[in-house]
Design a protein around this ligand. Structure first.
Ligand code: DC
Length: 349
């Protein structure tokens, strides 16, 4: 099965459930990238500090946009790693302080919006295992494979205790202290006002309490392989929508600027969010792709959705919203019009 067929595989769950190890191993088994979204919150937590909570929305948004995340191979042939502004994200984010700051900034809606936008951009058109708290519910609601890992708090505390003990990093903490910490973080993650931790309705819930890591990995691999790739990599009918607007030279120049690149990414994110909202309303799951191009004198947003019920509504709202969001960035007034098309195309091949 070609690696590019899997699309996005989401893996969510509470702290200390073994998600990171499993997500990394799953990605390696399938030969696809691993996206650790907790690392993105930790990075912004460290870079922006606790003062982030006092910034007004506009200032916070522009501070967030100073940091661009990418997935890039570190060594030849190696798995892609998370980079921030061209530098690999390293072990500096694995401290208690970084964890505390991450948890603080993760409550800020603007910061979440900005990170969710980059996460969608990283997942677009590629196959990866995306790990976090809101991957299946918020960031990739249309993902074909969704997992939610859980385990009894006592089991998670025991695992964490043994891990710290093996590293000689207990620092006097008892099992009861660790259990209390885990229960506090659970309450924080599940009770948060924005994007609280919960399983997506269509997620496979795996209770890891009584399974070892290899056992859990086998359960997940089995589920991914049974469900198959996105339509087996076959040519499948796609419903496409195009939203177009004429573009002057000034518009083209703005689009080619680095600010324009950020606007394209933001517009794409808005398009996905619009398609996700339509999908949620209709209770369907379906992959949507959004791409932009300049065709002659015309700026085109093109959205494609697998041919499922309401695919037309999904594709159309993705293309229209993406283009409208782009038009909002461009100072010129653009007349946006949209059309629906049907075509045979290869999703995931
Ligand atoms: O998984 P982690 O411990 O590295 O996550 C760090 C913090 O970021 C944690 O407080 C939860 C938060 N987080 C989040 O709110 N949403 C995500 N998708 C990932 C992490």
């Amino acid at each position: 099965m070609a690696a590019s067929c899997y699309g996005v595989i989401t893996m969510d769950g509470p702290a200390g459930v073994g998600k990171s190890t499993l997500a990394r191993r799953l990605a390696a088994e399938l030969g696809i990238a691993y996206l650790d979204t907790g690392a993105m919150y930790r990075t912004l937590g460290l870079r922006l500090g606790s003062g982030a909570a006092d910034l007004d929305e506009e200032r916070l948004r522009s501070r967030c946009r100073e940091y661009r995340f990418s997935l890039e191979p570190c060594a030849e042939g190696g798995a892609p790693q998370l980079f921030c502004n061209g530098e690999p994200v390293g072990s500096e984010i694995r401290t208690e302080r970084a964890g505390r700051l991450a948890s603080l900034v993760a409550r800020l809606p603007v910061l979440r919006e900005e990170l969710q936008r980059s996460q969608r951009a990283l997942g677009e058109g590629s196959s990866l295992v995306a790990e976090g708290r809101d991957m299946g519910t918020k960031v990739f609601p249309l993902a074909r494979h969704k997992f939610f890992l859980d385990a009894r708090p006592e089991v998670r505390a025991q695992r964490r205790y043994l891990e710290l003990e093996a590293k000689g990093a207990l620092n006097g903490a008892t099992l009861a202290d660790i259990l209390r910490g885990i229960e506090e973080r659970d309450a924080q993650d599940r009770g948060r006002a924005v994007d609280p931790l919960r399983p997506a309705e269509d997620a496979v819930i795996v209770d890891t309490s009584d399974l070892d890591l290899d056992g859990v990995l086998q359960v997940i691999l089995e589920a991914v392989r049974t469900r198959g790739p996105e339509e087996g990599g076959r040519k499948v009918p796609m419903v496409c929508a195009r939203a177009c607007a004429s573009a002057s030279d000034a518009v083209r120049a703005r689009i080619r600027s680095s600010e324009g690149a950020a606007a394209l990414e933001a517009a794409r994110g808005d398009g996905f969010a619009a398609a996700a909202a339509v999908a949620e309303r209709h209770g369907v799951t379906c992959a949507v792709r959004v791409a932009f191009g300049l065709e002659g004198g015309v700026l085109v947003a093109r959205a494609e959705a697998e041919n499922v019920p309401f695919a037309g509504a999904l594709a159309l709202s993705a293309a229209q919203t993406a283009m409208a969001s782009l038009a909002g960035f461009l100072s010129e007034r653009l007349d946006v019009n949209a059309v629906l098309e049907m075509e045979e195309s290869g999703i995931g091949d």
